[in-house]
Design a protein around this ligand. Structure first.
Ligand code: MD6
Ligand code: FE
Length: 219
């Protein structure tokens, strides 16, 4: 595996390797590291207007991840199901617009991964605290499954569970740290994935939290 990874890299990319996780899915280690201040300031602008909340699954369980959204559509879950909604149900207002640093990072990461012209219209923002987990799921509520998803990790490290196309496929465990970006689409677009319970730690920028941004083309 190590041989494949380094063999596929152009020589100048040693300090920013593009690691293939599966066909269509790549890990850009530390790609967003230098954008962290701008991204986190933008997260604060969003959460001032659309505060963190714990959604309820259609089965009635409160999710341990706190969530909010920005962009033209937000992903929401309630007793009636999952959907993309242009209105924040908590405020009755449209979601905050997608901040410029979000759009720029998502476009650059998608492009580096081989997906040109990515123009997300939704960003789901997840907040994890020690013990928070996200159980195995597929992201399949988007209309255009041809577009990739760009996922940015900030703060405490997490163990990403990357499974297969069947729920029963045993996931591989991938450590994601501050600034890591995962881009996936194509044959991996509907892979089951999740986050193992977050281990406690003290991150220099985010303390006891992990924040994840996932950029999508919802419509
Ligand atoms: C997380 N990410 O990293 C959860 N979904 O906190 C996701 O659920 C996810 O990273 C779709 C595509 C990429 C992801
Ligand atoms: Fe997901």
């Amino acid at each position: 595996m190590t041989f494949d990874l380094f063999d596929s890299l152009p020589p100048e990319a040693d300090d920013n390797p593009i690691e293939t996780l599966a066909p269509g899915a790549v890990l850009l280690r530390r790609f967003a590291r230098d954008d962290d201040d701008a991204l986190l300031a933008a997260v604060r602008d969003v959460t001032d207007r659309a505060p963190w909340r714990h959604l309820v699954t259609p089965g009635g369980l409160r999710m341990s991840v706190a969530m909010t959204n920005c962009g033209s559509y937000g992903w929401v879950s309630d007793r009636t199901g999952y959907r993309y909604d242009p209105i924040d149900p908590d405020s009755g207002l449209p979601w905050p617009p997608m901040p410029a640093p979000f759009l720029s990072l998502a476009w650059r990461a998608a492009s580096a991964a081989g997906y040109d012209g990515f123009a997300p219209d939704a960003c789901l923002i997840n907040r994890y605290q020690p013990g928070t987990r996200l159980s195995l799921h597929q992201d399949r509520d988007e209309q255009d499954l041809g577009a990739p998803i760009v996922s940015v990790s900030l703060g405490l490290p997490a163990t990403f569970l990357f499974g297969g196309l069947r729920r029963a496929d045993r996931p591989t465990r991938i450590r994601l740290v501050h600034g890591d970006v995962v881009v996936w689409g194509g044959p991996s677009r509907l892979v089951f994935h999740g986050i193992a319970p977050l281990a406690d730690g003290d991150h220099p920028v985010l303390g006891h939290e992990r924040i994840n941004l996932t950029f999508r083309k919802a419509r």
